[in-house]
Design a protein around this ligand. Structure first.
Ligand SMILES: Cc1cc2nc3c(=O)[nH]c(=O)nc-3n(C[C@H](O)[C@H](O)[C@H](O)COP(=O)(O)OP(=O)(O)OC[C@H]3O[C@@H](n4cnc5c(N)ncnc54)[C@H](O)[C@@H]3O)c2cc1C
Length: 376
């Protein structure tokens, strides 16, 4: 496995779960624990994946965040208790726990930056000396392995960029807040309380929109986050530890690999284009990649594509369409307005934005009707 984020660790854990005798090497250029620019929001759907990996209690010592508040670009607002609570766990903690769990399951974890990759018969050779039957490339948004196997990087129009930092909030803050912005739409700011008197706060937008400003990225991202802070609840300190990163959106997903190299997580561009959520998809795709590598050693890519299609095919087609519709901020205004009045629509939006949810035609019709009403 190349990359020890959620996708790589999930793949390593699953491989050893399916075949306790197999040799699994988990490579990462960073020493763990390491930070990763992220909102730290871990959806209930991701916890389901953790349970499948044999780690149901991994986050039990972290307080769940039961409420979610969303304000649309036009000011429609919903705040409600989510059907299954989410968690907010700093990635320095979360990713390290996954790596330690993999190590405890017999995975060899090694600090190593991958630079070259060649195929030799039925094997893949990394950096001239590491030989594997299959490689799960989980090396993130700027995946070197993806480039090495000839898969082009995520096109700019399907790439977002976001900055996150930490600030002090009241210790009892238990609501994840998302405030969408009509300026530079699609764009939003968030505050996700960790549960210890701090919150992860951030701001993100599409890469081409950032470029169009003609200003340095840092100036736009930091400036807009600072400006939007008063909308994000009771923030009691300046924001510290600001850090930005790209998000390759699933609306621009490529073929997920070549031969015996399978792309997972951000390396496969699996970030939800509506929300920027990627941890659930990283865990899921890492698990599926390992299942394909172990279960179909002769043609793992075929098995992996089948697995991804089965688990996410309908969802990804749904978010492809919704991402197009969401180019009109009025569509999101309508969806949030309907969600504010109907719990099942709110729950469904959460499932589509954070999990593998799809939209039943009846509910799509309700949102479309509201959208049309707003237009007239
Ligand atoms: C600001 C921001 C906020 C976000 N907020 C959320 C959120 O709240 N919830 C959510 O679910 N998602 C969020 N995301 C998306 C989420 O962070 C990613 O989808 C997720 O980290 C993907 O996991 P991964 O395992 O694919 O990659 P990563 O977590 O990026 O891990 C990749 C690993 O590969 C290693 N690596 C890279 N290159 C090499 C190399 N050549 N050799 C060896 N190792 C290498 C890196 O060191 C890294 O450890 C956010 C993203 C950003 C940028």
């Amino acid at each position: 496995m190349v990359g020890a984020g959620p996708a790589g660790s999930a793949a390593a854990l699953r491989a050893r779960q399916l075949d306790p005798g197999c040799r699994v090497l988990l490579l990462d250029r960073a020493a763990f624990p390491r930070d990763k620019a992220c909102g730290d929001g871990i959806a209930a759907h991701a916890r389901q994946e953790l349970a499948l990996l044999g780690l149901p209690g991994l986050l039990d010592d972290h307080r769940p965040t039961p409420r979610l508040s969303v304000t649309s670009p036009g000011g429609a607002h919903v705040s409600a208790v989510v059907a299954r609570p989410n968690h907010v766990v700093p990635r320095r903690v979360f990713d390290n726990r996954l790596v330690e769990a993999a190590r405890a399951r017999g995975v060899e974890v090694r600090r190593h930056r991958v630079r070259t990759l060649t195929t030799l018969g039925g094997h893949v050779v990394i950096d001239g000396h590491l030989v594997a039957r299959a490689v799960v490339a989980a090396d993130g948004a700027n995946s070197a392995v993806r480039r090495l196997i000839g898969v082009p990087p995520s096109p700019d129009r399907h790439t977002a960029i976001a900055v996150r930092g930490y600030a002090d909030v009241p210790p009892d803050d238990d609501e994840q807040v998302i405030v969408m912005q009509s300026e530079g739409w699609p764009a939003y700011a968030w505050s996700f309380p960790v549960g210890d008197g701090t919150a992860n706060v951030g701001y993100g937008l599409l890469l081409p929109t950032l470029r169009q400003t003609g200003r340095p990225g840092r100036e736009i991202l930091h400036g807009r986050l600072a400006r939007l802070l008063p909308l994000l609840g009771e923030i009691r300190s300046p924001v510290r530890d600001l850090r930005a990163h790209h998000l390759p959106l699933s609306s621009g997903r490529p073929v997920p690999g070549a031969g015996r190299v399978l792309l997972a997580g951000d390396a496969a561009s699996l970030v939800n284009p509506l929300t920027g959520e990627g941890i659930y998809y990283a865990l899921l795709s890492g698990r599926l990649a390992a299942e394909a590598a172990i279960g179909s050693p002769d043609d793992p890519l075929r098995a992996y594509r089948r697995g991804l299609r089965g688990a996410l095919g309908r969802h990804l087609r749904t978010t492809d369409v919704l991402a197009l519709a969401a180019r009109s901020p009025g569509f999101i205004d309508a969806a949030i307005t309907v969600a504010a009045h109907r719990t099942e629509v709110f729950d469904l939006l959460v499932d589509v934005g954070l999990g593998a949810g799809t939209v039943p035609p009846r509910l799509a019709a309700a949102v479309a009707l509201r959208w049309l009403k707003n237009l007239t």
